[in-house]
Design a protein around this ligand. Structure first.
Ligand code: PMT
Length: 405
């Protein structure tokens, strides 16, 4: 039996009755191994999938199963009141419906009604159930009230079928919860907003083997996506050749070239409240694509590679806002005259905010930390000192929230 540290964050882990309940064991492990005190609150249906003994063994405390057990401790009120975070994973369509309508017919739904801490739902169900207007309205209701409802992942479902509805990876759910916990009781201030983020670096193919590319790892863009999801946003992440794991609760669209990124950006931005272009987009692409591998010939110099300009996606999004009030944020990767070039770029691109970061010499690209100056079209300049890319992302979202009102 382990003794909990008094200052250990208290997590109530709700588990509802879906096949993905077994993945909550991995989530539970991550919480306990990182020093959280976890009370597991499985529904009766969840216990068909994973038994009480497993939850008790993994959490080091009895699972909270029965409303009518230990009534003198008033568990139906106490667990929610005392929690620093309630997370429900998996959250079935039925559980979301009950939560949205305030039903309280078991210990988990009672816990949800009494919780005054942040609440995260990680839904998992078949695509049809997720897409049903009833579920979508319930999700919208929960988000409007301040809960963070992660978007389900796309992939293999219970049987041979695939689609949207898979429980996000437990590691990614854990990361999302960690961010929500770090924000504390502050309202998820991007609730109800759709944000589009580009990340990674485009690749412009020369032949089936070679491409023009850059050193972007996608870390900065993924940090923007993960932090926006933790602040309650619906997030579409346009990922150009990044190999990072999908952040939990984020719709990820994979692209490769600048032209593909442009098409995906125009589509995703149609109903977006804000778009952040963190991707490193190639300004040029080879004028011709060789369908076979370009061969070297003895004694013959290689032909120069002719390039053509790629469309400037950021400038286009800024000039043709898909909806009134849509906020457009760009990044500027500069190697010299960083701030002067950044200011000129802000004017040229026509965006509302520009994150100017110095690159080259081991800076920014591929690193876990970044430093920048955030320029506003309104003349504001905010220095963001070197720190984790997530911290920079939070500062960007603070500025976005302030401007979205
Ligand atoms: O991915 P990481 O390894 O974490 O590295 C992060 C980063 C260095 C890539 C990131 O912080 C960054 O600076 N991203 C922008 C890189 C870039 O393309 O900068 P730029 O100065 O060339 O372009 C300015 C802006 O215009 C960018 O928002 C870019 O997305 C956009 N652009 C550029 C060219 C083009 N054809 N279309 C565009 O939309």
């Amino acid at each position: 039996m382990k003794t909990d540290r008094l200052d250990a964050p208290r997590v109530a882990l709700g588990v509802s009755g879906g096949i993905a309940a077994y993945k909550a064991c991995e989530l539970l492990r991550r919480f306990t191994e990182s020093g959280h005190q976890v009370t597991v609150v499985p529904t009766a249906a969840a216990l068909h999938f994973v038994g009480e003994a497993t939850w008790a063994a993994l959490s080091g405390r009895p699972a909270a199963v029965e409303t009518w057990e230990n009534v003198h401790e008033v568990p139906h009120v106490r667990i929610g009141q005392q929690a620093d975070l309630v997370v429900v994973a998996p959250a079935t369509a039925d559980l979301l419906a009950k939560a949205a309508h305030g039903l309280a017919d078991d210990l988990l739904t009672n816990t949800l009604l009494t919780a005054r801490c942040p609440v995260v739902f990680a839904p998992a169900m078949h695509t049809e159930m997720w897409e049903h207007p009833a579920t979508q309205e319930n999700v919208a209701t929960l988000r409007r009230r301040g809960a963070v409802v992660l978007e389900p992942a796309v992939g293999r479902l219970t049987g041979v079928d695939t689609g949207k509805g898979r429980l996000p990876d437990p590691g990614a759910i854990f990361e999302a919860c960690r961010r929500v916990l770090a924000r504390g009781v502050r309202e998820p201030d991007l609730t109800g907003k759709h944000v589009v983020i580009s990340a990674g670096g485009t690749r412009e193919p020369l032949d089936p083997v070679r491409y023009l590319g850059n050193h972007s790892s996608g870390k900065q863009g993924y940090a923007l996506a993960a932090t926006a999801a933790a602040r309650g946003a619906r997030v579409t992440l346009l990922s150009a050749n990044a190999t990072l794991p999908d952040p939990a609760g984020v719709d990820v669209v994979h692209v490769s070239t600048a032209l593909e990124l442009r098409e995906a950006a125009l589509k995703a931005c149609a109903d977006a409240d804000a778009v952040v272009m963190a991707a490193a987009v190639a300004d040029f692409r080879p004028a011709e694509y060789a369908t076979g591998k370009i061969k070297k010939k003895d004694g013959v110099d290689p032909a120069p590679v002719a390039l053509v300009r790629n469309p400037d996606i950021l400038a286009e999004l800024s000039a043709h806002r898909a909806r009134p009030g849509q906020l457009v944020v760009g990044f500027a990767a500069e190697t010299d005259e960083v701030l002067a070039n950044g200011r000129a770029k802000l004017a040229r691109k026509g965006c509302d905010l520009l994150v100017v970061n110095e690159v080259g010499g081991g800076k920014a690209f591929g690193q876990d930390v970044n430093a920048a100056v955030l320029l506003g079209a309104d003349g504001t300049e905010t220095e963001i000192p070197e720190g984790p890319k997530e911290t920079l992302a939070e500062t960007v979202w603070d500025a976005v929230v302030a401007r979205l009102g």
